[in-house]
Design a protein. Sequence first.
Length: 71
Amino acid sequence: IKVVFHDKERIIIDAKEIKRLLQQENLTRDVIVNPITETEINRPVDEDDHLIVFATNRKTLEKRVQNVVFD
């Protein structure tokens, strides 16, 4: 999961601002792969976060993505 922050109109790209916002959520990284801390494990995904998916081929990806449920 790529943690993304928005201001009122666009994605925040300033590294210092992102670091500050991550600290507010008790996170140390903005890409969470294999969550290792309690905060990462329990952090709900926001509507603006990005899901990064690696797959060996498109057919496998399409088959697996069908099982994903978005609330």
